[in-house]
Write a protein that binds this ligand. Structure first.
Ligand SMILES: *Cc1c(COP(=O)(O)O)cnc(C)c1O
Length: 224
């Protein structure tokens, strides 16, 4: 199947979920060339996700049309300026240090930067994301930051051999999201689910999924 067919199939699958909220499909174009990115946009993609600032800086200027641009990968504080310039939603805020740097950079550019806080719900040592016990101070900081707007939470599930094992984590995240949502405004997005686990994530309440492989095929790691 072509990129357009893949994209449309997943999009209509998500649109057919009977729920009050819309489910946003982010097409993850990392490690793919701009031609495939354009194919997805021509097929109706409104949201594009990249995991590296440098790669996005190379590819985004070629985007003719207006799409919403998501940073889904770990962000280092020395790259906050280009990140604020390039991305509409930075999904990977996971420390006070990074939040402070983003707030400052956004202030200098007179932008209010939309962000998600990335939660390391499974406590994986090698993964980024804030641990649940450190979430509250980070939320407080972002809530108070003048140039940041907290839009929700993001989570990357572990790569279990049995994907069903993700389900309790997704459910836990949705409960947390609902609880936080009651006391704040613009807190709209729960970003979880990738190619291998998005169906379960959506069943458990994700309203933003990040999908690469199922749209574009396997990634070639020798990107040109
Ligand atoms: C690469 C990536 C995805 C997409 O992964 P696929 O398995 O190709 O769908 C989603 N989220 C993050 C954070 C990623 O880095």
């Amino acid at each position: 199947m072509s990129v357009a067919e893949n994209f449309r199939a997943i999009k209509s699958e998500l649109d057919s979920v009977a729920r009050d909220e819309k489910i946003i499909l982010v097409a993850v174009t990392k490690n793919h060339g701009v031609e495939l990115m354009r194919e997805a946009i021509d097929a109706g993609a409104t949201d594009i996700g990249e995991n590296r600032v440098q790669e996005a800086a190379e590819k985004f200027p070629t985007l003719g049309r207006k799409v919403t641009r998501h940073l889904i990968g770990h962000l280092q504080t020395n790259k906050v300026k280009p990140a604020v310039k390039l991305f509409d939603l930075i999904q990977s805020v996971d420390s006070l240090h990074l939040a402070a740097a983003l707030d400052k950079a956004a202030g200098q550019m007179q932008k209010v930067q939309d962000v998600l806080i990335q939660v390391n719900a499974a406590r994986e040592a090698q993964k980024s994301g804030v641990l649940l016990e450190d979430l509250e101070p980070l939320i407080k900081f972002v809530d108070a930051a003048k140039n940041l707007r907290l839009r929700g939470l993001m989570m990357i599930a572990p790569n279990f051999s049995d994907v069903e094992e993700c389900r309790p984590l997704f459910r836990q995240m949705r409960n947390l999201f609902d609880k936080l949502k009651t006391s704040r405004k613009d807190f709209d997005f729960l970003s979880m689910g990738m190619t291998h686990d998005y169906k379960i994530a959506v069943e458990e309440g994700a309203n933003l999924v990040r999908i690469g492989t199922a749209i574009f095929g396997e990634r070639l790691y020798s990107r040109v």
